[in-house]
Structures are given as structure tokens and as C-alpha cells.
Design a protein around this ligand. Sequence first.
Ligand SMILES: Cc1cc2nc3c(=O)[nH]c(=O)nc-3n(C[C@H](O)[C@H](O)[C@H](O)COP(=O)(O)O)c2cc1C
Length: 318
Amino acid sequence: MLSHATRTELAALVGLACRAPSVHNTQPWLWRVDGSDEHPVVEVYADTSRRLPATDPAGRNLLVSCGAALHHLRVGAAAHGWVPTVDRLPDVRRGDLLARVSLQRGEVSTTAARDLAAIAARVTDRRRFTSWPVPDSRVEHLAATGSREGATVVPLLDLARRHRTDLLFLRARAQQTGDRRLHEEQRSWVDHGARDGVPAALVPAGGGSRFEDAPPVEDGVEHTDGVLVVGTAHDAPLDHLRAGEALSAVWLHATTDRLSVVPLSQVVEVPETRAALRHEVLDGALHPQLVVRIGWQEIARSTLPRTPRRDVDDVLLG
Ligand SMILES: Cc1cc2nc3c(=O)[nH]c(=O)nc-3n(C[C@H](O)[C@H](O)[C@H](O)COP(=O)(O)O)c2cc1C
């Protein structure tokens, strides 16, 4: 049995995990806290009622989002003196049970203050990056950070592969442009509610009906941006979860380095461009799960409104 105090502490950790990024801010996760005060357990479940049928029919982005939340939970727990042990997809009969995280009391992580600050500060800022180039060494370092999370994060440093990715992005966007069902779904997540979706204020002017069409990518990826592809050797739910953990690791690290991160999922949402990205950019070796742009924002930029989150009570299973 969990005491009231431990339950409250775990609910606070779940609150931190829920700061994670998710596709269209759908927050497609549910949580259960269990176990005892000495050995508490936090489980994360997929909330499949929040899958996007038009944008994400296979539920890949949903699992990537849950993976990001799982990584946030691990980092948040370690920062509060817990040692997390993660069992991913522990029950074959319950596909929606994505991970069981067992916690043991330990030392507060040495990077606790920095990690908690990164979770609090991390946002998707779609405004145009400055033209300051992101040094290759930074892009490589972020890729290595993500690659420690069970996915392979590939830095696209050579112009030919970047240009190819750029063209695939434009092709994916052109294909999605004519899809009314998709556009309606995406529009419905702008100002969706007080606790989810993307506030209209964050939709870039001229971004069209897809709020995730940020102006910087209207003509493709700027040559000064850093570009990463999060890939996995296989394409099963476990891989999607691990891709999300890698995304979160990259993003929190980048936030600490004051770099801005914007995921570009369209190219992996369209089957044809996803296959082309796999074969023409990743040499057939990896399944691409997400493309990510990295850049510097203006130092004197205004603060953006934050995307809302569901209350912890609404995502905690009884
Ligand atoms: C799997 C995944 C895919 C995403 N795809 C895009 C995208 O294509 N374009 C974009 O601008 N943002 C994208 N995002 C960012 C989300 O829209 C963002 O995380 C969400 O609105 C919450 O806002 P926040 O990151 O500021 O907390 C994606 C996020 C995730 C986790």
C-alpha cells in the first residue's frame, strides 16, 4: 500500500512526465501508481482514444509521445532521489501497458537541478531560427545523447543528405495538402481545449491550416539548422517507445544548451516519403521515426505562451 505522502510524491513525478512533448499536444498517456512506500511502481499506458486516425493511423507518433513522457518520468524521478528500473512492454496480453517503472530510494542525480530546469523550460518554438549555424560538433553530441536511449539518432551533416531530406519534406507536405480529413483533424487540435491541443497563438502566421508548418521550413530546412533523424533498427512498438525516449533526451539536452528543437513528423507520416527517407538518406539501415530541426532562437525573443496539460488527476488511473 502506498501512503498518502508517497502517492502525492508520485503524482508530482507524473506531473513532470506530462510536460513531455506529444504530437499535436494530444498527451496520449495514462498512468497508474502502485506498489509500496519502499518499492513504488509507476506504470505508463497508451491512451488510444487520443490516437489521431488521419495523421497517425498506426499509432506510431502516439507511442513516440509516450516514450518521451517515459523519459521525462525517468529523469524527474532520478532528480528526486529515485533510481528507476524500467520494464518496457512487460505484459504481452496488455499492449497498452507500455512500461512499468520500479523506483528505489537512491541518491539525487548529479544533474538534478539542470534536468528539472530543462523539463520546465522545454517548449516547441516554431519561430524562425537565427542564421547562426549550429556547429557540427553540437549536432553530433546531441545525436550521441539520443543514441544512448535505445534508438539511433543520425546527424545529417552532409549537404546531399540534407537536401534530399528537404525535398522529401516538401513532397510529404504536398501530398498532405490535398487531404481534407487530415487537415480537419489537425485544425481540430488548434485551441482544442483548455488542457490539450495547441493554442492558436502558437500557430505561425502564414503557416496554413497545419499549425506545424512553421515558416522556417516553408522553403525547406535552412542550411544553418542542425538536422537529426531519430531511427530504429526495427519498426515495432518497442522501437517507437525508444524513439520517444531518444527524442526527449535530445530535447532536454538541447534545452540546457539553449538550442531550440522542432520535430518534423510529416515526412514520416506519408508512407512514400518515409520509405524514401529510409532508403535514400539512411541507406536502408534504419526505420526513420522522426526528423528534428535544431537551431538558435533570438536571445531577445519574447516568451511564448505554454501549451496546456491535462490535470494529473485526469491521467491517473484509479
Ligand atoms: C511525435 C511528435 C511529433 C511532432 N511533430 C511535430 C511537427 O511535425 N511539427 C511541429 O511543429 N511540432 C511537432 N511536434 C511538437 C508538438 O506539437 C508539441 O510537443 C506539442 O504541441 C506540445 O507543445 P510543447 O512541446 O511546447 O510542450 C511533435 C511532437 C511529437 C512528440
